[in-house]
Design a protein around this ligand. Structure first.
Ligand code: NAG
Ligand code: NAG
Ligand code: NAG
Length: 605
């Protein structure tokens, strides 16, 4: 016996179809599960709502359900209690832009060019030309084609424009989302004038030089055209004007206005705040997410809430300020948990709890290096070594992974199998009844049967852990023996030595002088040593040589799947270009506040 064929409905009949099929769906699904003969996507044509929540820079050790007894995260803990919690859920990269590119495309970030080159490891400006290439297919695009309303609320950090100020080639609305509210960039300290600037000093210095050179070029051109016709006094005026212009441009571009260039909010294609008013952003995120759920409650919808929490500068409303026992960082985590709770409440109050597949994660590990004097301002990665920026050590990539779908996924279950954030892509595509792209490598594997309990093991035998564009480590889950091998080819040199982080350097480097190449590589058995404290040797581990040889072979096979693509983080793509800068008003006087409580429709100047 097999499941009845899936009825198909034209998109316009979406709302209706869902109502009809929804009622008999649990019966169909149960039949499928009992018989284990069919995939979920063919179980009727029921399409659950999909709610994906991703925190920014949150450490796995910051949550109550992952063992933190003093930070209060009751809402996220409740999600875990009512669903499935993964203990070995791994980000594909240890930094925002590449990790999110991999999440959105189901493939390693270097496959789309969204990975380090020229030393840059993330997009630096809204006004750069790099970003998620238009020919990449996000899960949002596939679900959109299968009748889903698709919304993104929060952080994007995947680029905006390619060639002109409003082409929006990398914008969420050009990547399968039909609604966007949030930051096209990311929060950085520079967004809050009282905080020390974060956008790397070297980048700022380069930018300074670059704008000067560019301004000089323009002026020389102008001067050469005019000089034929003008007198000496004109040349003097021009000279003075050039100097003034030069000074203005370089100051404006590189020092005074990072906030104005990068810290902006958009609704769809329109800028609503430039610069954004940080104090009200948390409440705007709440309002936007709740209203999205209400507007789309007849579903099916895909809502990706990409939280701005808990990235520095840790802007926290006064309801949470000073309330946690872990300083400003703890306050911000507790506020984030409140925000998650508000979103879950909206799901429940609209009667959508059992028809919504809900997921919570973080884009990578906590940021160990951010400190104010001796006060820790970054996340806590529990027993795991390392943090944000480190592609090999567990602390950089092991993140929370929580799934809830009452009635369909078991409640309170914990799964220790290795899984990747890239797995969300095939998982939601399957739930939405879509097909994976066939013309490219997809690194993720569907989690549906693992989460349901139909499969005992993850589909991943090997996982490859990159730092920038260099492979730092590889993991082998030897399923028959249950051993979990991890081989490190390259590790960062901590600063100071033995500190477990690179204090004073922002994040640890991936290549160059700040790393150590290991030959033979370091080997750990995570099933016995999850903190990667004791490297094994041929003396302590009889399988040492066999394991290294097997993993080396897997790395070789993996390397055969790599292909060069245009680098999105090349210097030419990273640099700030005035003609690409999203701007509310007339460039360079970009400023507006369209969502202000006091002045709801204030136009730009
Ligand atoms: C809980 O989180 C805080 C903030 O990151 C951290 O300082 C603390 O060590 C954590 N506690 C436990 C028991 O993991
Ligand atoms: C939702 O699912 C739970 C768990 O299976 C069940 O107990 C509850 O009755 C369901 N609620 C509705 C409204 O169907
Ligand atoms: C997208 O275009 C680039 C440049 O032409 C190409 O190298 C890459 O393979 C394409 N990607 C896909 C998924 O087709």
């Amino acid at each position: 016996m097999s499941c009845p064929p899936a009825p198909t409905f034209p998109d316009t009949a979406r709302v209706h179809a869902r109502g009809d099929v929804g009622e008999c769906f649990p019966v169909l699904l149960t039949t499928c599960l009992l018989l284990s003969v069919c995939e979920l996507s063919t179980a009727g044509d029921f399409k659950p709502n999909i709610l994906l929540i991703m925190a920014d820079d949150l450490g796995i050790g910051d949550l109550g359900c992952y063992g933190n007894g003093t930070l209060r995260t009751p809402n996220i803990d409740r999600l875990a209690k009512e669903g499935v919690r993964l203990t070995q859920h791994l980000a594909a990269a240890p930094l925002c832009t590449p990790s999110r590119a991999a999440f959105l495309t189901g493939r390693h970030s270097f496959r789309s060019g969204m990975e380090a080159s020229n030393g840059y490891r993330a997009l630096q400006w809204n006004g750069g030309s790099g970003g998620l290439p238009p020919n990449e297919t996000t899960f949002a695009r596939i679900l959109q084609q299968h009748g889903y309303s698709t919304g993104l609320i929060g952080k994007w950090h995947q680029g905006v424009n390619c060639e002109s100020r409003n082409d929006h080639c990398h914008h969420p609305l050009n990547h399968g989302f039909d609604y966007f509210y949030g930051m096209p960039f990311t929060l950085v300290n520079d967004c809050q004038p009282s905080k020390p600037p974060e956008v790397d000093a070297a980048v700022r210095a380069k930018l300074h030089l670059y704008t000067q050179v560019m301004a000089l070029g323009i002026l020389t051109l102008a001067a050469s055209k005019i000089s034929g016709l003008t007198s000496v006094s004109w040349k003097v005026v021009l000279g003075v004007a050039s100097l003034g212009f030069l000074f203005f441009i370089s100051w404006y571009a590189s020092f005074g206005f990072v906030r104005r260039w990068n810290c902006i909010l958009m609704r769809n294609h329109e800028i609503t705040e430039q610069p954004m008013v940080l104090e009200r952003t948390a409440h705007q995120m709440r309002k936007e997410a709740v209203s999205y759920i209400e507007r789309n409650k007849h579903g099916p919808f895909l809502l990706f809430v990409s939280l701005l929490h808990v990235h520095i500068p840790l802007v926290t409303t006064k309801d949470f300020l000073g309330k946690s026992s872990h300083g400003l960082y703890g306050d911000n985590v507790e506020e984030m948990d409140w925000l998650v709770g508000e979103i879950l409440n909206a799901i429940e109050e609209n009667g959508l709890k059992n028809t919504t597949f809900t997921y919570f994660t973080s884009d990578h590990g906590g940021h160990l290096e951010v400190r104010d004097e001796q006060i820790q301002l970054g996340g806590w990665n529990g027993i795991y070594k390392g943090g944000k920026g480190m592609g090999g050590w567990e602390g950089g990539i092991r993140v929370p992974g929580i799934f809830r779908w009452p009635g369909e996924l078991p409640a309170g279950r914990v799964i220790d199998e290795p899984t990747s954030l890239m797995d969300i892509y095939p998982t939601v595509v399957q739930l939405g009844g879509g097909q994976l792209p066939q013309d490219r490598v997809i690194d993720g594997r569907s989690l549906v049967s693992l989460l349901q309990g139909a499969a005992g093991h993850s589909a991943h035998e090997f996982l490859f852990h990159y730092c920038g564009s260099s492979l730092h480590a590889a993991r082998w889950h030897q399923k028959d023996s249950g051993r979990l091998w991890k081989v490190h080819y390259t590790t960062p040199q901590f600063h100071p030595k033995g500190a477990g982080a690179c204090y004073g350097r922002g994040v640890c480097p991936c290549s160059g002088e700040g790393v150590t190449h290991h030959s033979p590589p370091l080997l750990f058995d995570l099933s016995r040593d999850p903190s990667e404290a004791q490297p094994l040797s041929p003396d302590s581990e009889p399988l040492y040589h066999a394991v290294i040889a097997r993993v080396d072979k897997a790395v070789l096979d993996h390397r055969k799947t790599l292909q060069p693509v245009p680098p999105q983080f090349s210097l030419a793509n990273i640099l700030w270009k005035p003609w690409l800068q999203p701007c509310c008003g007339t460039f360079p006087f970009c400023s507006c506040d369209r969502d202000g409580d006091s002045s709801p429709q204030t136009p730009g100047p």
